[in-house]
Write a protein that binds this ligand. Sequence first.
Ligand code: PMP
Length: 421
Amino acid sequence: MTSMTSTPVAVSGALVNGSTNIPASPAAFARRSGSFAVSPWDAVMRLWERHPDPVFFGNGAPAAELMPKARLQEAAAAVWANPANLELGYGGVRGFAPLRELIAARMASQGVTVSPDAILLTNGSQQGIDLIARLMLDPGDIVVVEGPAYIGALQVFDACEAEYLVAPVDAEGIDIDALEAALIAAPRPPKILYTVPTFQNPTGVTLSLARRHALLEVAHRHGLLVVEDDPYGELRYAGEPVPPLRALDPDVVYLGTFSKTIAPGLRVGWLISPPAFQESLTNAREVSDIHGDRMTTQIIYHTAVDFLDGHLEGARASYRARRDVLAAALAAEMPSGVTWTAPDGGFFLWLDLPPNLNAAALLNTAADAGVIYLPGDLFYPGYTATGAGARNGLRLSFSSLDEATIRKGITRLGAVFRHEG
Ligand code: PMP
């Protein structure tokens, strides 16, 4: 390499008289990069500066004490100690076979029949959303999302320059009649319907069995690929289990993850797709990052095997207790006109405010009073627009907060809403 010499050399126009032709300004960024310019989290994180000890209801992660650290340490030590495990070259794109076998067995217990060969390990379900979006979406293609929807999925679809149809969600999940009406009115046939049908992020609601069947029927009739994102399905702590959409229809793309059941920092999830998609999705994964971390997938396998079910029993009880404390605190503190969902699992609860309270407008006041929530606007396409009406809600995540902190936060929030109401 002679790049440290002072003589500028023009190589394919890269260096001209010591300066470069490399576009130096964001004006030269690709059109799709508009969606990378603002992170919804930046504004939220700035709210922390407004109070010395805020209660943050925005964290959609497991409680730190429910991440099985000792088990992970043992698994990591065992994996790294055994020379036979040290496969440190490149590997197969789909990832560590015993983990895919374990996932296939876990999926079978939920009614999903899938061969381990049909499972693609991913760096979390976020990557699964990204891969399916890359495979399916040209700029201007229409995606059906829930109203409200998971922020990270909107970010992926934005990056693909997608357009949106928003299907409203009520206490039973997507409103199928509204979905059908929106599909009929759509300017072009949408390609994908992205849904979190079980303990939805952000509302916590679950699509009922009757609506699952209805949704699949509508999707088939309109030629929609259903993408089922299911990070929370194994975290049911009340009510009767409902089968995943993928158990009812093998044409569904299913995304799973260990982020909520073990820990998000290890970045291990999986993708199950219909046979016609598998080769292209595997190749798309290879193009993106070749394959996942071979050691981490082994660590997740050795952590999960003969352990995860017992661990989840304790985790569910803990999340149920947190939900109950939150619901009781809301009942005690919220002014009349405020309503909220009753999740049977997962990490989130959604509050709907009466028209005289605006979730986005009150965010700073709440942060000054020491409580931070995620305003409803964030969960709709084009989140920078100020919300109104249907968007006048907010998400409360209770998974990582202890019971005393939940009570403290809701006492603060109740005071803000009563004062403003
Ligand atoms: N989908 C949904 C609905 C989520 O709530 C999350 C995490 N907040 C993700 C995907 C991303 O999860 P992962 O860590 O598996 O990428």
